[in-house]
Design a protein around this ligand. Structure first.
Ligand SMILES: Nc1nc2c(ncn2[C@@H]2O[C@H](COP(=O)(O)OP(=O)(O)O)[C@@H](O)[C@H]2O)c(=O)[nH]1
Ligand SMILES: [Mg+2]
Length: 365
């Protein structure tokens, strides 16, 4: 299961720069043979220090991180929601994403033309969100018409859909986003087939020139943070151009650049980890001679569902799981040691997988 994050924002917000930084940083550290599938889609490893720690106890040549797919979605033109120009294609790409990284431009660059010597990141982000809301309104209205006819005959599901779609329409007309509506699990299922753009989780990226913000930058960042909190989201500050330059350096130079900037690790690491968390994603590990590997599951998944991430067959054929944690490894130094100490837990199919579990699955025929 690879989840897909789309990078959105107005033209010249710095999306491609961030995409390049993300994907070329990935090529450096990833064990994946292809880090770029097409020019605008890339696989990015999710940095996780626990992998190296496990490697300190388990010998193998292969250590594989979890990964996220990142898509650079080219600038959304105004009017995209009305299908003008290439708008529909852009919206289609967004539709296929599980979550969005919405980039706001905090850097000034007069070379880019008029207006780029000023910043208004919140205003620009609102323009894009408005376009997405227009597109959703169109989708919702079309579906509302469709189900309203059927609802008249009293069909229960159509009535539920009609009521939900009417609420969605009202929310969007008031300038809201579909993700702001409080919905029951059942309503969420009814909404899912609409693939609404404003229902997707969003992480806002403040694309700054320099991590040391000036006064205006700090003020705009505060505005964006308030804006994000109102939307149940967060902001990650990222110096896109600086991060892209970092990926081009050798390890030694990178260390020097980072420490000059007073940083322990590239800002990209935080961006990826926050995106992963925002998606509700968690990690378990498998660790043996062949490989140590991080696997992605959703918070709340039971063991058989988590096992199916390795192979779809594993869900049905699941018998039980043997589980231990990094703490056990630290104490007993090896899986055999953990077993001898009676600390290897045996869990059945109702077990709720936990972030950081190190697992062996017993699978039947
Ligand atoms: N001064 C400055 N220019 C930047 C920065 N990030 C991107 N740019 C420039 O802004 C332009 C647009 O960047 P790009 O990543 O292509 O934006 P996109 O249209 O959102 O994909 C390019 O000419 C970049 O060189 C930055 O942090 N500072
Ligand atoms: Mg671009």
């Amino acid at each position: 299961m690879v989840l897909r994050c789309g990078i959105v924002g107005l033209p010249n917000a710095g999306k491609s720069m961030i995409f390049n930084a993300l994907t070329s940083a990935g090529a450096d550290t990833a064990a994946f043979p292809f880090s770029t599938v097409t020019p605008n889609v890339g696989l990015v490893p999710v940095p996780d220090k626990r992998l190296e720690e496990i490697h300190g106890y388990v010998e193998t040549d292969r250590v594989l991180p979890a990964e996220l797919q990142i898509v650079d979605i080219a600038g959304l033109p105004k009017g995209a929601s009305r299908g003008e120009g290439m708008g529909n294609k852009f919206l289609g790409h967004i539709k296929e994403c599980d979550a969005l990284l919405h980039v706001g431009r905090f850097f000034k660059n007069g070379d880019l033309g008029e207006g780029y010597d000023r910043i208004d990141p919140v205003g620009e982000i609102e323009i894009v969100e408005m376009e997405l809301a227009f597109a959703d309104l169109d989708t919702v209205e079309r579906n509302l018409d469709r189900v309203s006819k059927r609802a008249k005959s009293g069909d229960k599901e159509s009535v539920e859909q009609r009521d939900l779609f009417a609420r969605l329409k009202e929310c969007l007309l008031e300038g809201g986003q579909a993700r702001h509506l409080e919905l029951t699990d059942h309503e969420r299922l009814l909404m899912k087939p609409l693939f609404l753009l404003t229902a997707k989780k969003v992480l806002y990226v403040a694309n700054v020139t320099d991590y040391q913000l000036d006064e205006e930058g700090r003020r705009e960042l505060e505005r964006l943070e308030t804006f994000a909190v109102d939307r149940g989201s967060e902001v990650v500050v990222l110096a896109g151009q600086f991060e892209a330059e970092l990926t081009e350096l050798g390890d030694e130079d990178r260390e020097i650049f980072l420490s000059d900037a007073g940083m322990e690790e590239p800002g990209l690491v935080r961006l990826i980890q926050k995106a992963y968390h925002l998606l509700g994603l968690r990690t378990y590990f498998t660790a043996g001679e062949i490989e140590i590997r991080a696997w992605t599951f959703h918070e709340g998944d039971r063991a058989p569902v988590a096992a199916a991430v390795i192979h779809t067959d594993f869900e049905k054929k699941f018998i039980r799981a043997q589980i231990y944690g990094l703490d056990d490894l630290r104490e007993y130094k090896s899986e055999a040691g953990i077993k001898d100490a009676g600390k290897l837990r045996v869990e059945g199919k109702d077990y709720l997988m936990q972030d950081g579990d190190i697992a062996h699955f017993l699978i039947g025929n």
